[in-house]
Design a protein around this ligand. Structure first.
Ligand SMILES: Nc1ncnc2c1ncn2[C@@H]1O[C@H](COP(=O)(O)OP(=O)(O)OP(=O)(O)O)[C@@H](O)[C@H]1O
Ligand SMILES: [Mg+2]
Length: 452
């Protein structure tokens, strides 16, 4: 089969770093092939995709050596825009890739850049909305979309453009089960039609059936094959011993809700959550999980109904007051990291140096302590945002899909930290589309929205 993409001796060093993030690597991608790139958080997966798309070093700076060829022609001198003619990229952070204010406009935007006639743009837009289950959102503002719906929209935009090469950075991260199954089917189909796909994903069990070859980043090198597949399962040590906690006799409930509704969502189920419990809110993309978390911690006020947190109606309390006992880790860590360094992010007023260092150690971030939070990889940022909230020792912690994008080892660490939190009496309410998270945390699952 002809090789579409040929990467030779590619190495990349970020600005301000003494060591290269990517050591010289070689990779070829054939026409119609799907190749998986796995590897720990911070190992260089996104950096590689950025180098191919030209984002690095053109926009990020840094030093690139080696060569990247498309159809045997070097593309290193091509601009990002030139490269976008041959490749479509789905970035890891769903917020950074949306350019317009409205769903159909967003779809038309990319297609207009390909100079397609308006009638064809209309047809392609409708087909994409239908394919990704976004027809009822066609006139919505982008800001109304959930993270999963944003991810569906970005995928719809990129796949509609039909470039020969697709670079997908964790495209399954926020998708519900139906969305993930749809995307798997689509990728397989696109590959049989001749598109070539580089896919970054940690959950190898999810994608291994559609991938032709698997690579793993290890210490900057790209290693082909089996080790990646062997590391699928997450360490479940300690789960069984927590059986008792699942339905812990709660005595008094720390959180109770009654007939809560907000905006256009159907009323949320009534919740009664006891101290030390772990509760997982489950539901399809756009069913209102993030909205419910915001209501619970007072960031939104319910349109109807009542929320009692630690015995007090949240409607009558200020958000800053609630935040003293209830921590919230947001879905997008970029919205929550403001410090000048990783250490400063956790070393907040009232937190001892020892507690801060221990938290960094537990979350495998000690070696990053001096770095700027925004220079971390996406998975590292998620662990940091969690650490910055837990270090304040809240009694209740709300976590919005924070386990996405963690390699198996990092996910084990994160789950260990969360188990320690509940063992010490903390209460967890979290959302996640990953079934093993509920399982590993022995969580009580509560369905939001209509589907079971
Ligand atoms: N702008 C930057 N400046 C300095 N270092 C950076 C920058 N961006 C990324 N890095 C570093 O490069 C390394 C690789 O980052 P990259 O985002 O490629 O990892 P990744 O494998 O995609 O991780 P994840 O699974 O968490 O997305 C990390 O150690 C990160 O801290
Ligand atoms: Mg990445």
């Amino acid at each position: 089969m002809p090789s579409l993409l040929t990467i030779t001796d590619l190495s990349f060093t970020h600005i301000g770093r003494s060591q290269p993030t990517i050591n010289p690597i070689h990779l070829t991608l054939q026409v119609g092939e799907i190749v998986l790139i796995a590897g720990a958080t911070g190992s260089g997966k996104s950096t590689l995709l950025n180098c191919i798309a030209g984002i690095s070093p053109i926009h990020t700076g840094g030093t690139l050596t080696g060569n990247i060829q498309y159809n045997h022609e070097s593309i290193l001198e091509w601009s990002v825009q030139q490269r976008s003619r041959i490749l479509g990229i789905v970035l890891q952070n769903v917020e950074t890739q949306l350019f317009t204010d409205q769903v159909t406009e967003e779809l038309a935007f990319g297609l207009e850049n390909l100079n397609l006639p308006p009638a064809q743009i209309g047809l392609l837009t409708n087909a994409a909305l239908q394919e990704f289950g976004l027809e009822s959102q066609r006139n919505w503002a982008i800001t109304q979309l959930s993270a999963g719906q944003k991810q569906r929209l970005i995928l719809a935009c990129v796949l509609a453009m039909n470039q020969p090469l697709l670079l997908l950075d964790e495209p399954f991260a926020y998708l519900d089960r139906a969305g993930a199954e749809l995307l798997l089917r689509l990728l397989k189909h696109r590959a049989t039609q001749g598109q070539s796909i580089l896919l970054v994903e940690h959950r190898l069990d999810l994608v291994k059936d559609v991938c032709d070859r698997v690579f793993q980043f290890e210490a900057g090198h790209l290693v082909e094959g089996g080790r990646a597949l062997a590391s699928v399962s997450v360490n479940r040590t300690g789960v069984e011993s927590e059986e008792a906690i699942k339905h812990a006799p709660s005595g008094s409930h720390i959180l109770q809700t009654q007939n809560v509704s907000w905006g256009g969502y159907p009323a949320f189920p009534d919740l009664e959550i006891g101290q030390g419990e772990t509760v997982l809110l489950k539901g399809d993309n756009g069913c209102g999980k993030t909205t419910l978390l915001k209501l619970l911690c007072g960031l939104l006020k319910p349109s109807t109904g009542k929320i009692k947190l630690f015995g007090r109606n949240t409607r009558k309390q200020r958000v800053v007051h609630i935040a003293k006992t209830a921590g919230f880790v947001l879905q997008n860590p970029n919205h929550q990291l403001f410090g000048d360094s990783v250490r400063q992010e956790v070393l907040q007023p009232g937190v001892t140096t020892l507690a801060a260092e221990q938290m960094l150690e537990q979350l495998r971030l000690s070696d990053r302590a001096e770095q700027h939070p925004q220079s971390l990889s996406q998975g590292q940022k998620r662990r940091l945002a969690l650490g910055a909230v837990l270090v304040r020792q809240p009694q209740l912690c709300l976590l919005d899909e924070i386990t996405v994008g963690q390699d198996p080892q990092s996910l084990s660490l994160m789950l260990e930290v969360l188990r320690n939190f509940t063992q010490q009496g903390g209460t967890l309410i979290l959302t996640s589309h990953d079934p093993q998270v509920a399982d590993c945390l022995n969580a009580r699952v509560i369905q939001i929205g209509s589907r079971g």
